[in-house]
Write a protein that binds this ligand. Structure first.
Ligand SMILES: [Zn+2]
Ligand SMILES: [Zn+2]
Length: 354
């Protein structure tokens, strides 16, 4: 019998999709890293608009115990199809989404579709930036939850003050349409789910003239987090490049989950399968070859749902759930607390016989 103590991976907790002074963010990368260090984060993934300049300036590296990784956010000529590109040394030339998705892949990078389902249209000055190029091939993942996107999406003139005063309470759930698409995509191939905060700490103008400062980095670092599992512990002792490689590999393999920290620290959440004394971790894909025992454990109480292909097949209120599954499908976990979304695992996929 395998127990959760046999789950011998290291968990690193990070904030993904950050803007700094190198585009439209409000602070410099070292200042942001210092703030993150006070919020218990292990890594940061920066994605300034259309430039890898901070990477060329040598700003990647260890800042105390925070690992800073630098990618960039690409957009097309219509300022749509925003794409987070990491593990690159230089920008790719394409201006159309199908081009830059393929080019990031070709260069050995990691590409994540940003805020794919934005629809907001309440404030003319802040239009949505949805993903429309679903025919693009080679993306590694999608943002299943984007904090700024959800905040802006629900923003109206009537609720603006409440949402400005209670930024973290406005985080409720990922967009259902995206979760459905994510499940469908994973039936075909691995598409990782990542949580983005899209932090800028900038000032917006409501109704065109009332300036409102969108909450600062220190507040956003208490919102949506991405937890990544690696076989080795990333750490300054291991050196930057080794830690960078391990973290990116854990991420692109889907050994990760997304949490909303404002509902509780999700560090310690586990979702894994067991077959013939072998552990099957989140992000794994394997041909269905017999009954798989799935285990979920959570660090705090919640309403745990196990889903197959987007449908709940088992649920429990508490800190654990166990279930034996004996058919192919995309299996993943969602946990709610206080009526809101808290944890979203990446899936374990059992494919049919090839
Ligand atoms: Zn964007
Ligand atoms: Zn962004």
């Amino acid at each position: 019998m395998v127990t959760s103590s046999d789950f011998s991976f290291y968990e690193s907790v990070g904030a993904v999709h950050l803007h700094s002074l190198h585009s439209d963010g409000a602070l410099a990368i070292p200042e942001i890293a210092e703030i993150a260090g006070t919020k218990g984060l292990d890594f940061l993934m920066f994605s300034d608009h259309n430039t890898l300049e901070p990477k060329r300036h040598g700003l990647e590296g260890w800042y105390g115990r925070i690992l800073v990784l630098i990618g960039y956010e690409i957009n097309d000529e219509d300022d749509k199809n925003h794409y987070l590109a990491f593990r690159l040394n230089e920008e790719v030339p394409g201006r159309k989404a199908v081009e830059y998705v393929a080019q990031v892949k070709g260069a050995g990078g990691i590409g994540i579709i940003a805020h794919p389902a934005e629809k907001r249209n309440y404030f003319e000055a802040y239009p949505p930036y949805p993903w429309t190029a679903w025919d693009a091939e080679g993306y590694d993942g999608i943002e299943i939850w984007n904090q700024l996107s959800e905040w802006m999406e629900g923003l109206t003139w009537r609720n603006a003050l409440w949402r400005i005063w209670h930024p973290l309470r406005s985080i409720r759930f990922p967009v259902p349409e995206i979760m459905q698409r994510w499940d469908r995509l994973n039936r075909e191939r691995r598409v990782i789910g990542v949580g983005g905060i899209d932090v800028h700490a900038f000032t917006i103008k409501l109704m065109g003239f009332i300036p409102v400062k969108i909450y600062p980095y220190k507040v956003q670092f208490k919102s949506i987090r991405t937890h990544v599992f690696t076989p080795e512990e990333p750490g300054a002792d291991a050196g930057f490049h080794q830690s960078e490689a391990a973290l990116y590999q854990g991420l692109v393999s889907g050994h990760c989950f997304v949490s909303n920290y404002s509902l509780g620290d999700a560090r310690g959440f586990r979702f894994y399968g067991e077959i013939n004394d072998e552990i099957v971790v989140m992000g794994s894909r394997r041909v269905f070859d017999g009954t798989l025992s799935l285990t979920v454990t959570a660090p705090q109480q919640g309403h745990i749902c196990l889903l197959r292909d987007g449908t709940v097949i088992e649920e429990a209120v508490g800190q654990s759930l166990q279930c034996k599954v004996n058919m192919p499908g995309v299996y993943r976990v969602e946990i709610c607390r206080k009526g809101r979304g808290w944890i979203y695992s990446n899936p374990i996929v059992l494919t049919g016989v090839l």
